[in-house]
Design a binder for this molecule. Structure first.
Ligand code: CP
Ligand code: NVA
Length: 336
């Protein structure tokens, strides 16, 4: 399985850094790895390599995806929880990067500002992979696009609608990915939750080449008409203060994905997607606390939609592993 040589040795920080061909090639490679995995065909030709996984925020999918993918490729992993390491407290990011790059073949970083992962990459001589920052979550978008391609057989021309807080990591990264890959992107939210105008302008430039249409619409009914995919994310992201829940619930409730909204697409094959974790019932600590405090039984998506036939969230979650494997493999120069 070939992929562009331009990917070898590269950092994976933001999808803006990659061409549509490179993004498409990583999705193709992920599909190849998925087929190998399903057929129990080993693909561990990176045996002997080692990767470091730094998580300054919690994770289920991303951490597990990196660990399983690395092991499938033959690599060993070290999980670094900053509370149990020197990062930030006693050692700078620049020093950490140079220490880890001397021992590891690649470094994953999940944390706060994008500038932190950029600094890590600047001082690391081995590839650095962004496992989520406040601004971007690029590995998630590869998984989302593999899932959409599996569902509809294509990306180009798909009508993708993002409901809710579109100015954070998921909204930003999905808009970039759609603009690059010719997917029609609609952000549906109150105006204050639209992505930053400078990023919109960059994406409009990208869309000129791909043919994607980008729209920013406050009215849910208008936004979802003709949607193939309705996507949402939590209203309060990791690292945000608990105090913002009240305002988010007030401002974003009209943008909840529920059965009535799904019906407004006018299509019977619209799918529901979510990067997860999701507050679709009161069976989690935060979900219960906020649900009871604000007298709601769900937040960004109802349990009915989450559990419906239209929901492809678990196929999407599985694809995190196959796509993260492709990112590591391509940047580390994997060969069949
Ligand atoms: N979607 C996602 O990144 O999930 P985790 O926070 O569990 O890694
Ligand atoms: N916006 C969410 C995404 C989680 C995968 C967060 O940053 O918490």
């Amino acid at each position: 399985m070939n992929y562009p040589a331009s990917l070898i040795g590269r950092d994976f920080l933001c999808l803006l850094d990659f061409t549509a061909e490179e993004i498409g090639a990583m999705i193709d490679l992920a599909a190849h790895f998925k087929a190998l995995k399903k057929a129990h065909i080993p693909h561990n030709t990176l045996t002997g390599r080692n990767v470091a996984l730094i998580f300054e925020k919690t994770s289920t999918r991303t951490r597990c995806a990196f660990e399983v993918a690395a092991h499938d490729l033959g690599m060993s992993t070290t999980y670094l929880d900053p509370k149990a390491s020197q990062i930030g407290q006693k050692e700078t990011i620049a020093d950490t990067a140079r220490v880890l790059a001397g021992m590891y073949d690649g470094i994953e970083y999940r944390g706060y500002g994008q500038e932190i992962v950029e600094e890590l990459a600047q001082y690391s001589k081995v590839p650095v992979w962004n496992g989520l920052t406040n601004e971007y979550h690029p590995t998630q978008i590869l998984a989302d696009f593999l899932t959409i391609r599996e569902q509809f057989g294509r990306l180009s021309g798909i009508n993708f609608v993002y409901m809710g807080d579109a100015r954070y990591n998921m909204g930003n990264s999905l808009m970039i990915g759609c603009a690059k890959m010719g997917v029609n992107f609609t952000a549906c939210a109150p105006r204050a939750y639209f992505p930053d105008q400078a990023l919109i302008d960059k994406c409009l430039e990208e869309a000129k080449a791909s043919g994607a249409k980008l729209r920013f619409i406050e009215d849910p009914k208008e936004a979802v008409a003709g949607a193939d995919v309705i996507y949402t994310d939590v209203w309060v992201s990791m690292g945000e203060p608990v105090e913002v829940w009240e305002e988010r619930i007030r401002e974003l409730s009209p943008y909840q994905v529920n059965t009535a909204l799904m019906a407004m697409t006018g299509k019977d094959d619209t799918v529901f997607m979510h990067c997860l974790p999701a507050y679709h019932n009161l069976d989690t600590g935060v979900g219960r606390e906020m649900g009871e405090r604000f007298q709601r039984d769900a937040m960004e998506v109802t349990d009915e939609v989450f559990e419906s036939e239209s929901s492809i969230v678990f196929a999407e979650a599985e694809n995190r592993m196959h796509t993260i494997k492709a990112v590591m493999a391509a940047t580390l120069g994997w060969t069949e």
